[in-house]
Design a binder for this molecule. Structure first.
Ligand code: ACO
Length: 320
């Protein structure tokens, strides 16, 4: 038994910050950002919260699946940027939706978060503990971004994406995942929850810090590797895959993965130009856009793949 996706949804803030505006904030240019990353603009939270975006994306997924919130068994939110530590974002989403029966919790695995949450939900459905699940990736990364650091602030954006899964005996799902904690220093964000009184009475806000070149090198080798592992495990060839839906971190990473796999770039849809890197939200936002454009037909095999802080990475196979 695995979960079939019966609804998708996404939601991004209205406020847009484009590369030209960003060039007035740090020493960079529209041309540099486009050429080095593929990003043209990003959506930034104004009045919105991570939970509110997550709930809006989830509501759209439920509407498409034609399911009432009271029928939802499990709500998982992948996020590193909930506005509150307590309650967890998933419980706030539950309240906003009125999903009174659901069990709710958050999962923190940065950009691989949505994929790991999807795997977790699949395990619950596979065991028979739950019959359905809402899996959401939602981020307000702009709150964790150092807007004076041109090495990171050009990359990130805010938004949310969601899928609704229903247990189905005929659907197919497989996964391969890895974590390499010894490489974790390449991408960090210190907790704002340290011993402020005893050790850091003058502590400043903390932000995401990244060794961009290290993360880039890691991504272009680990993503093709984990996709190959998945295809071998499932005895599938690349030709059998309709789309590779990759975490939108940098267009050059996506192009490099396509090349290393010997696959046409057309099979790797991108929307990074519009949203930047929205971490755990990037894969479900792209999935929802493609679904609503009618790009998938029944039986299509999709590979989802992501990498990120941890460092962690993974790939999943699903049949539409
Ligand atoms: N504008 C103009 N120049 C810049 C900028 C900028 N925004 N940023 C860096 N530069 C300069 C550097 O100072 C350097 O100048 P120098 O040659 O005089 O020293 C030059 O551009 C090249 O710098 P690099 O860091 O080598 O640039 P690179 O091509 O690697 O691009 C980038 C940097 C975009 C950050 C890239 O390394 C990258 O995308 N890395 C992966 C990031 C990623 O995928 N993160 C995932 C996060 S996942 C998560 O869990 C949140």
């Amino acid at each position: 038994m695995t979960g079939r996706i019966t609804g998708t949804g996404s939601w991004v803030p209205e406020h847009i910050l484009d590369n030209n505006e960003l060039s007035n904030m740090v020493d960079t240019s529209d041309q540099w950002i486009r050429e080095r990353t593929g990003v043209e603009r990003r959506h930034i939270v104004w009045q919105e919260t991570t939970a509110r975006m997550a709930a809006k994306a989830a509501q759209r997924a439920l509407e498409q699946a034609q399911v009432d919130p009271e029928e939802v068994d499990l709500i998982l939110v992948a996020t590193i940027s909930g506005n509150e530590i307590l309650p967890c974002t998933a419980c706030s989403v539950q309240e906003m939706l009125g999903a009174v029966r659901a069990t709710c919790f958050d999962l923190n695995s940065a950009c691989t978060g949505f994929l790991f949450a999807l795997n977790t939900a699949q395990a619950y459905l596979n065991s028979g503990i739950y019959r359905n699940a809402l899996v959401i990736g939602a981020e307000s990364l702009s709150n964790l971004t150092n807007w004076k650091d041109r090495g990171t602030c050009i990359l990130f954006g805010d938004g949310a994406g969601a899928v609704f899964l229903e247990a189905d005996e005929k659907s197919r799902y497989a996964q391969v995942t890895h974590s390499e904690g010894e490489k974790g220093r390449a991408l960090t964000c210190s907790s704002r929850n340290q011993k402020q009184y005893v050790e850091h009475p003058d502590a400043q806000e903390t932000y995401m810090e990244m060794d961009g070149r290290e993360v880039f090198k890691f991504a272009v080798s680990c993503v093709p590797q984990v996709i190959r592992e998945l295809l071998e495990k499932e005895k599938l060839s690349g030709e059998e895959i309709r789309f590779y839906i990759l975490h939108q971190a940098n267009i050059r990473i996506i192009q490099s993965v396509a090349k290393r796999l010997g696959e046409a770039e057309e099979k790797f849809p991108v929307n990074i130009q519009e949203y930047g890197n929205t971490s755990g939200a990037s894969v479900p936002i792209l999935l929802d856009e493609l679904n609503r454009k009618g790009c998938f037909k029944a039986g299509d095999k999709l590979v989802l793949a992501a990498f990120g802080a941890g460092l962690s990475y993974g790939a999943s196979l699903l049949e539409w």
